[in-house]
Design a protein around this ligand. Structure first.
Ligand code: GSH
Length: 223
């Protein structure tokens, strides 16, 4: 895990993103950092090999989740919300968390709503049904058995979330305020993650489809 390089004049310590390319949560961080134009080195933590549970990674994030962002001073941020707050303070432009008190309140509100009602619903459906996640129904160092009823409930919650999001996007280009924000990033990742449980916006979700086509076309979506 190389994290520094030196020359005669200075020691350069890189910011490191502990990442796993195919997982949704680190994708939120990658899109956010790409929108901000913040350069980081990435270290892949292979969830297929359970590297998030390894002794080595536990030293970085005892919570055993990805992403984690290690800053130049060694501080480690282990939540997307924390990474977003740091990034906004570190590089205020372009703003992704809103500028005025009202905007900041709306972005935080919609980001939380999308995360808890959408992203967590997909996770609930997937983690309680996928054979690959037997005993891993919840992230972290403790094993939890799957509860099949929760997989069904997750899909029900996801259906309600799609209706809520579609309604919010009526006549709007972005979810929280009149510009692209962290709430759009969380929702983009959620809609793409929903494919893992075979759920996609339907014929009655035209606003989501229009919004998704626009945000998925941003270069950061490929990060
Ligand atoms: N609250 C965290 C969630 C991070 C999270 O759940 N990451 C998943 C990957 S998408 C993970 O680390 N899973 C580890 C596991 O399944 O054991 C955040 O927003 O950053």
């Amino acid at each position: 895990m190389p994290n520094s390089r030196s020359n005669k004049e200075e020691i350069f310590v890189a910011i490191i993103l502990y990442d796993f390319t195919s997982a949704p949560s680190p994708r939120r961080a990658r899109i956010l950092l790409a929108e901000k134009g913040i350069d980081v080195e990435t270290v892949q933590i292979d969830m297929m090999k359970a590297e998030q549970l390894s002794d080595e990674y536990r030293k970085i994030n005892p919570g055993c989740t990805i992403p984690a962002l290690k800053l130049e001073d060694g501080t480690v941020l282990t939540e997307n919300a924390g990474i977003a707050a740091w990034a906004e303070a570190y590089k205020p432009e372009p703003s992704l968390l809103g500028k005025t008190p009202e905007e900041k309140g709306l972005v935080a509100t919609w980001n939380a709503k999308v995360e808890f009602e959408g992203l967590m619903a997909v996770a609930e459906a997937l983690r309680n049904s996928s054979p690959k996640m037997a005993n891993r129904a919840i992230t972290g160092p403790t094993n939890y058995v799957q509860i099949p009823e929760l997989a069904l409930r997750g899909k029900e919650r996801l259906a309600h979330f799609l209706d809520t999001l579609n309604k919010r996007l009526e006549g709007r280009d972005y979810i929280a305020i009149d510009q692209f924000t962290f709430a759009d990033i969380t929702a983009l990742v959620t809609i793409d993650f929903a494919k893992w449980v075979k759920v996609a916006p339907g014929e009655n979700h035209g606003n989501i489809k229009r919004w998704h086509a626009a945000v998925a076309a941003r270069p950061s979506a490929k990060a």
